[in-house]
Ligand binder design. Structure first.
Ligand code: SAM
Length: 281
């Protein structure tokens, strides 16, 4: 009996029937992956094909957007003007308002919705409005970059820990302010660090990691536009990371991959993504 009820609830939540959608709409938080449209999941593709409205970020490229149903309305909710962002509350309000009209709303987010993507806040907004919501994961930038560069993020000989961190923290203040991170944990020589949004704070990050004991010669790969045709990679060492980043002119979106496992990227075949691999030393 319990099994049957559970199954029925799951069916409505995971595969809402048309009448449920017509009355209250549906919100799908969908991961668009790091850029290469072929990295979309089949679920994400299906959601795009059935969408009435697609609310998308700055980091979602035309390659992915073009996979949306032809009649779907596309609404850009990324940066506007000279870098000012659409306020989060405005995004949530629009997402809910469209769903309340009975529409299928795809909230399309770069990478994975739950990795530095404010997906949790959007999930709460949908739930608070009583709208059925579904989350479809995406390939996060670090995983896309690792595959494109052929860097194993963990390695039995070099890296037993993998840390995803942000170089930009809400409580730390404005752009470039020191991120509030646990430097001693991140100084573990057996940890690979994947640092998102770390371009503006690369100098501070390198300083703090070395002060906490991380080897200045630790290999680093700075990866811009991972998995896209304009992907760029700068391979360097922790002690020169900030300098080489400045010299490269990399402006992002970019990741800092730091750790001994990065060394194994040497000799990798980047041809698949026509990557420009730069060595600044
Ligand atoms: C707001 S976070 C979103 C992360 C996303 N949810 C994910 O799972 O990849 C944006 C940051 O992700 C990283 N990023 C996203 N796409 C990238 C790409 N194609 N190449 C390199 N870094 C990327 C950059 O550090 C960028 O500043």
């Amino acid at each position: 009996m319990f099994e049957r009820i559970r199954h029925a609830i799951e069916k409505v939540v995971r595969h809402p029937r048309r009448e449920t959608i017509a009355s209250r709409g549906l919100i799908q938080l969908v991961g668009a992956g790091p850029g290469d449209p072929e990295l979309l999941t089949i679920k994400a593709f299906k959601a795009l094909q059935r969408a009435d409205v697609v609310l998308h970020d700055r980091l979602v490229g035309e390659g992915v957007l073009s996979l949306a149903r032809r009649g779907a309305e596309r609404i850009y909710v990324g940066k506007i003007g000279r870098g000012e962002s659409t306020p989060q509350q405005a995004i949530e309000a629009r997402m809910v308002a469209e769903a309340l009209k009975g529409k299928r709303v795809v909230r399309l987010k770069g990478g994975d919705p739950f990795v530095f993507g404010r997906g949790g806040e959007e999930l709460e907004a949908a739930r608070a409005a009583g709208i059925p919501v579904e989350v479809i994961p995406g390939v996060s930038a670090a995983l896309g970059a690792a595959a494109a560069l052929q860097i194993p993020l963990t390695h039995r000989d070099h890296a037993q820990t993998l840390i995803f961190a942000t170089g930009h923290c809400k409580e730390a203040g404005g752009l470039g302010a020191e991120p509030n991170l646990d430097w001693s944990t991140m100084a573990d020589p057996r940890a690979t660090l994947a640092i998102y949004m770390g371009i503006a704070t690369a100098g501070i990050i390198a300083e703090r990691l070395q002060a906490a004991g991380r080897d200045p010669a630790t290999p680093v790969a700075i990866v811009e536009n991972a998995t896209l045709p304009n992907q760029r990679v700068v391979r360097t060492r922790l002690e020169r990371m900030a300098n080489d980043l400045t010299r490269s002119g990399i402006a992002g979106p970019a990741l800092l991959l730091i750790g001994e496992a990065i060394e194994s990227a040497d000799g990798a075949d980047f041809a698949a993504y026509a990557a420009a691999t730069e060595k600044l030393d």
